[in-house]
Write a protein that binds this ligand. Structure first.
Ligand code: SAM
Length: 316
């Protein structure tokens, strides 16, 4: 078992104005792109993102890897970069409890090992969110990180953003969309552009995918069909007899599993041979993908300790 090291908290506080328990319907009124319209952070008075309680597990697992990765790689490379695609505003509120915590971006910026990072870029396609995160970065007085507008469907803009990063460094990418809509071509582009790149990706199967995948396979006019095909990167997957059979069976989990296995197969084909995933509730998989066996070794080590109720992030 890894030994406990100094802990780093997510600056949890209670947000007294959070309504708590806003359901999907209510959130249409109380949020805009998941940013709460009812309350702001009690910590820094800036807007917060409304999230499910399971978000904590994602932040925890990302931080665990980040600590081991940055410590383990800092002397092996000319430098390390951290890039987050779909960064959010930096601070979240757990809708069930009204507890406010640092989101992925702020948790990484405040991580004790962030010192080992040469540059960090946080990308989101929402102008308001970028401004909020940039204010939070300014509050931390960090000058090697910034938030910038970018869209995962627009490779040319991403290329411009990446031109600020040294290609000879090792790059850690965290990709955190709300649904399976990041095109596979974008992942392929990032892998080819940087060469030395490790990914942690959120594979959010529990939002719309599990509901819509059978329809998307069986009906060529299904609204999300093109989105899933672009995401997966296999043109013929929906045409396969065994996949069509699964789409009519009541076992949706099995169909989603096949989709996930196909996705990993495609990652391996573009040189991300070392893949492993951790399930976060029934909502998503955190998928680690690297072209380097060392990355996978670090991932396994970092995921040894599961998120615990004490809300501690343990660094080694
Ligand atoms: C799940 S949230 C990110 C949460 C954040 N990583 C955290 O845990 O604190 C997804 C983010 O993706 C952004 N987004 C949605 N579509 C996007 C796109 N096409 N390109 C880039 N960002 C996008 C949204 O604005 C939203 O902030």
């Amino acid at each position: 078992m890894p030994t406990r090291q100094p802990t780093h908290n997510l600056r949890e506080i209670t947000n007294h104005k959070c309504i708590k328990e806003c359901n999907t319907e209510k959130r249409k009124e109380t949020t805009n792109n998941d940013i709460c319209k009812v309350t702001k952070s009690e910590f820094d008075k800036l807007p917060v993102r409304c999230v499910g309680n399971w978000a904590y597990q994602k932040i925890y697992r990302l931080n665990q890897y980040f600590g081991i990765f940055s410590n383990g790689m800092k002397n092996k490379w000319l430098g390390l970069n951290y890039i987050e695609l779909c960064s959010g505003p930096g601070r979240c509120i757990l809708r069930k409890t009204g507890e406010e915590i640092d989101g992925t971006s702020l948790s990484i910026l405040r991580h004790p090992s962030f010192n080992f990072i040469k540059k960090a870029i946080f990308i989101d396609n929402d102008e308001t969110i970028i401004k909020i995160l940039n204010k939070r970065i300014k509050h931390l007085s960090i000058n090697n990180a910034y938030s910038i507008k970018g869209n995962y469907n627009d490779i040319n803009t991403l290329k411009d953003i990446f031109s600020d990063l040294n290609k000879d460094f090792l790059n850690l990418f965290f990709i955190d969309p709300t649904d399976c809509s990041v095109p596979f071509d974008t992942i392929k582009f990032i892998k080819e552009y940087f060469t030395n790149v490790d990914f942690i990706m959120n594979f959010p199967y529990g939002t719309d995918l599990i509901r819509n995948l059978p329809g998307a396979i069986l009906n060529v006019t299904w609204p999300s069909r093109v989105k899933y095909l672009k995401f997966l990167g296999s043109k013929d997957f929906f045409e396969r007899k065994e996949v069509k059979n699964l789409a009519v069976s009541p076992n949706k989990q099995q169909l989603v599993l096949e989709f996930f296995i196909e996705y990993i197969k495609n990652l391996k084909l573009i040189g991300l041979e070392y893949c492993e995933s951790e399930q976060v509730k029934n909502y998503y998989m955190l998928l680690f993908a690297s072209g380097n066996s060392k990355g996978l070794e670090f991932w396994k080590k970092s995921q040894n300790i599961s998120p615990n109720d004490q809300r501690e992030i343990i660094f080694s």
